[in-house]
Design a protein around this ligand. Structure first.
Ligand SMILES: [Zn+2]
Length: 309
């Protein structure tokens, strides 16, 4: 059988003909089901809140006919598919507000197109500053150019703020992932979006080049506990949705690792020796290969704690 073209899939998916072409029974879909866009997985969290996952990056979308709110915008390459998927959500309107949880390219790839259509782009001020600067990560040489001026956040804050709808946002000031991390809290739905400040898929990146550090990961977990209750759903930039119990477990884990790395630093060890000491060993089965995480976390201690830093 010839592969169907994208157009045929789009035409067929409305009526179930694509399922028939593959010999599958047509799916009975509830009327309000979100239309799927290619490459975008959609998960409904609450009545008007959806997590869209594209290219491994989570985006939280709050829909309303008057305008949608997005927390993060995926990469520039994935932005068209993401925005198609948002437009296909029930009760969706144009995207009027976009949060950048931090400056990374996997979060800020929709800035340009949404700024052009008049959206408010909200970020902590440090995130805006990183987006105006050339950045080269010293650990792998990866380079990031500044965003065009029109694509930069156009509403920044230092501590916290609130939308007219009651959605609150604030600075995760301990700097676990970068020094511009923010959270967005939907109090009526009891959902908290936290970007890269927590991970639902293995070890996080401690981006010490732009201000993150392992002590900040610990402080961030404490702050997330203060912002949540047992029923809160916590949406990270990558991986599964977390509960408060997950954050409690992560706090304990990162506290342990932080103490071990600080001990290694204080006894004069370097990053290679920190990796060899296996400071994460009892967590690796769940979290995955730790070497990159341990190196960045150890280097972050150099950046934060060394007397000449
Ligand atoms: Zn990130």
């Amino acid at each position: 059988m010839q592969s169907p073209t994208r157009r045929q899939i789009l035409q067929a998916s409305a009526g179930g003909a694509f399922c028939a072409a593959l010999g599958l029974p047509a799916l009975r879909l509830p009327r309000a089901r979100a239309q799927s866009a290619p490459g975008v997985a959609t998960q409904q969290l609450r009545a008007n809140l959806y997590v869209l996952t594209v290219g491994g990056n989570n985006v939280l979308a709050q829909t309303a006919p008057g305008g949608a709110v997005l927390v993060d915008g995926a990469s520039a390459a994935d932005s068209p598919a993401l925005l198609d998927a948002v437009a296909g959500l029930p009760d969706s309107g144009p995207v009027t507000t976009l949060f950048n949880t931090h400056w990374h390219a996997e979060q800020t790839g929709s800035n340009e197109v949404l700024a052009t259509s008049g959206a408010t782009i909200i970020a902590q001020e440090n995130t805006r500053l990183w987006l105006t600067t050339d950045i080269v990560w010293p650990w792998n040489g990866q380079r990031f150019e500044p965003l065009p001026e029109a694509a930069q956040p156009n509403l920044t804050f230092y501590d916290d703020g609130e939308l007219d709808s009651g959605v609150r946002y604030g600075y995760l000031r301990h700097a676990g992932h970068t020094d511009g991390d923010l959270y967005v809290h939907f109090p009526d739905e009891n959902v908290l979006a936290v970007g890269g400040a927590a991970s639902g898929a293995g070890w996080p990146l401690v981006d010490w080049w732009t201000g993150g550090w392992i002590g900040g990961v610990v402080g961030t977990m404490e702050m997330l506990l203060a912002l949540t209750d047992a029923d809160t759903r916590i949406v990270p930039a990558h991986g599964r949705i977390l509960s408060r119990a997950d954050v409690e477990a992560q706090l304990e884990m990162y506290n342990t690792i932080y103490a071990r790395l600080a001990g290694l630093l204080n006894s004069g060890r370097g990053p290679d020796e920190a990796v060899d000491a296996r400071p994460t060993q009892e967590f690796d089965a769940e979290m995955g290969p730790p070497e990159e995480f341990v190196r960045r976390a150890f280097e972050s201690l150099w950046a934060y704690l060394s007397p000449d830093a």
